[in-house]
Design a protein around this ligand. Structure first.
Ligand code: COA
Length: 252
């Protein structure tokens, strides 16, 4: 479907790698649709017990591809990103993430749907929606305050401040920090451990821990409506155009 996603299933673990390191693993529509397809396959398969997500190169993901955002603003069809976000809310297969470097925008908010998260010492978690004149997505406006309390969530979502790996660990957002170069290995071990557990009980436990998916889907709908309005605003367009112009003006 796209060369920018690598998907391999081995010993009960579906490993999904964002493979667009030259663009800091920014996610395109094709990548989102590939992710939806992979998660659907994992849920239907008796052989997949856990999903492991990571990014190629030195970053997890720089979030949605900003160039695509700009080109989609005047189109009426649904954003593939929204399909991915909805799939995250209903995914039954336990999810593990290995985060190195930047996890920006949906690169961070998708983590709130993962069960186990391991980070490298230089991981950086950033939801800069407010700085882009946008609003939070992926039910992060609900999940983040619930996880870390309103005060700290406001620093991330209202002030747009990044959190380091140490901060994320002390807030309980991640499970552990692995030494440089070892984060994928650590996450693989944990994913294998999950894959060794009884499948149905594992899925039921994840479902119980996450609560009613309809609550998440309602919030996703509400956020998406406001996100779409914000994306069409002049203030958001200015920020995005400035980012893309900065890229174009870089020396070759
Ligand atoms: N969408 C599209 N392209 C992106 C991107 C994104 N979200 N993030 C990075 N890229 C591209 C850059 O345009 C650049 O492309 P070029 O080599 O063709 O110029 C390339 O990836 C490398 O990025 P660059 O900014 O030069 O690397 P950096 O190390 O200086 O900074 C980041 C890395 C991730 C901090 C920075 O790229 C960034 O802030 N990206 C935007 C993140 C964002 O706001 N995402 C939220 C969207 S809701």
């Amino acid at each position: 479907m796209t060369d920018n996603l690598k998907i391999e299933t081995r010993n009960g673990v579906m490993e999904i790698t964002f493979a667009r390191p030259e663009k800091k693993n920014a996610l395109t529509g094709e990548m989102y649709l590939g992710l939806v397809d992979a998660m659907e396959r994992a849920d239907k398969s008796d052989d997949v017990r856990a999903i492991l997500i990571s990014g190629a190169g030195e970053n997890f993901s720089a979030g949605s591809d900003i160039g695509e955002f700009l080109s989609r603003v005047n189109r009426t069809e649904e954003f593939p990103a929204l399909r991915f976000i909805r799939q995250l809310a209903i995914c039954e297969t336990p999810m593990v993430a290995a985060v190195d470097g930047n996890a920006i925008g949906v690169g961070t908010t998708m983590l709130f749907h993962c069960d186990l998260i391991y980070a490298s010492p230089v991981a950086r978690f950033h939801t800069p929606f407010i700085n882009l004149a946008l609003v939070p997505e992926a039910a992060s406006s609900l999940l983040l305050p619930a996880r870390i309390g309103h005060a700290r969530a406001a620093e991330m979502l209202l002030l747009g401040e990044p959190f380091s790996a140490d901060q994320a660990l002390s807030l309980g957002l991640i499970n552990g920090i692995a030494p440089a170069g070892e984060v994928l290995g650590v996450a693989r071990e944990k994913a294998s451990l999950l894959a060794s557990k009884p499948r149905n009980a594992l899925r039921a436990t994840r479902r119980l821990m996450r609560g009613d998916p309809d609550i998440l889907l309602d919030r996703i709908r509400e956020e998406a409506f406001l996100f779409d309005l914000a994306l069409r605003s002049e203030e958001a367009r200015e920020v995005f155009m400035a980012f893309m112009a900065r890229s174009k003006s870089k020396p070759a």
